[in-house]
Design a protein around this ligand. Structure first.
Ligand SMILES: Cc1ncc(COP(=O)(O)O)c(C=O)c1O
Length: 331
């Protein structure tokens, strides 16, 4: 099986903003954009993207999960990066159109069709470090993806980092390439030094998120996770899992969590931790590494509640449980 996100559908939906108008959306070859080497995005990172999925159901239909949420976040990222404004309806139509075109290629569960809307500043202008790009390009790439847990569902190891931060505080809500570039080296170092899978960024002791997922602590029937603020990405999976947990009668506490409280609670028997995100849905965390010491979360294995919540969300996505919140859009 190819690595997640390394296979693309041959065509994508695209629209260009020329400074005044968006061009009518077109379907073009997915390797066909041409950029000036001086394009704003290549120098000043005027780029944002989204990640969402379409799922094949047993009746053959293909259904996009919570597209409205991702389009809203895409628009918010664009605004916070001073990229040209786009019409959310236009982007929603582009997504539906390209997914419809490749619906027959959407893999069966546990696979899915991963959708990657992208918006980049295209103005050839290398003197505009502090000035926005007047022109831009917006496209929707598709990538069929397989079972995230194909190699076995293993509990992750997280390095708890209370020194650094994933990104500048005002950029947390922006899904932009620069944030990922900044988190790369700390994550590589954590891998090399501690065999950690991810870094849990906790600036000043405030438990935030990892490089590409939100963090949830599950203590008995309570889920504790940071309340929404501008310092981290507002995950659609996070919101979905919290909604399902509330539906199941669990207590959801959206509040600040310190590293001290995290470590103290995590070591208790029955405690679980998990990472939420579109790719993995909910991935169990078995070990926290802090100041060179390893702390097992609960029994250090795969948490029961984690698997229960993940299954509940997967069942909705795969059409095996009722979509009571209206999260799916049939294309
Ligand atoms: C930094 C970061 N946090 C959280 C998430 C989870 O967001 P979502 O559940 O919308 O995929 C992602 C993944 O997109 C991410 O990159």
């Amino acid at each position: 099986m190819s690595a997640f996100g390394s296979v693309f559908m041959p065509e994508m939906a695209i629209s260009w903003f020329d400074g005044s108008n968006w061009s009518p959306s077109e379907i073009v070859s997915s390797d066909s954009i041409q950029l000036h080497p001086g394009a704003h995005v290549l120098h000043y990172s005027s780029t944002c993207f989204e990640g969402l999925k379409a799922f094949r159901h047993a009746d053959g239909s293909v259904n996009i999960f919570r597209m409205d949420r991702n389009v809203d976040r895409f628009a918010q990222s664009s605004e916070l990066l001073a990229l040209p404004e786009f019409d959310k309806e236009m982007v929603s139509r582009m997504i539906v159109e390209i997914v419809r075109k490749f619906a027959s290629d959407a893999p069966e569960p546990p696979g899915s069709l991963y959708i990657r809307p992208t918006h980049i500043g295209t103005e050839p202008a290398i003197g505009k470090a502090a000035v926005p790009s007047l022109t831009s390009c917006l496209y929707i790439l598709l990538s069929p993806v397989g079972d995230y847990f194909a190699g076995g569902d293993k509990a992750l190891r997280l390095l708890v980092d209370d020194g650094g931060m994933r990104c500048p505080p005002h950029m947390g809500m922006v899904k932009s390439g620069g944030n990922y570039a900044g988190a790369l080296l700390p994550t590589m170092k954590a891998r090399a030094e501690f065999k950690a899978d991810q870094v849990l960024f906790c600036p000043g002791g405030d438990v935030q998120e990892t490089g590409a997922a939100n963090f949830l602590l599950i203590d008995g029937d309570e889920i504790i996770t940071k309340a929404l603020d501008e310092s981290f990405l507002h995950g659609v999976t996070r919101d979905s899992i919290l909604t399902i947990a509330r539906d199941k009668g669990m207590k959801v506490s959206e509040r600040d969590l310190t590293v001290e409280e995290l470590l103290e609670r995590a070591a208790r028997p029955g405690c679980e931790a998990a990472l939420s995100g579109t790719a993995a849905v909910l991935a169990p965390v078995g070990t926290l590494i802090y100041k060179g010491e390893e702390i097992s979360v609960g029994n250090g294995g795969i948490g029961e509640t984690t698997v229960k919540l993940r299954t509940a969300l997967n069942n909705i996505q795969w059409g095996r449980a009722e979509d009571t919140h209206g999260w799916l859009l049939k294309v």
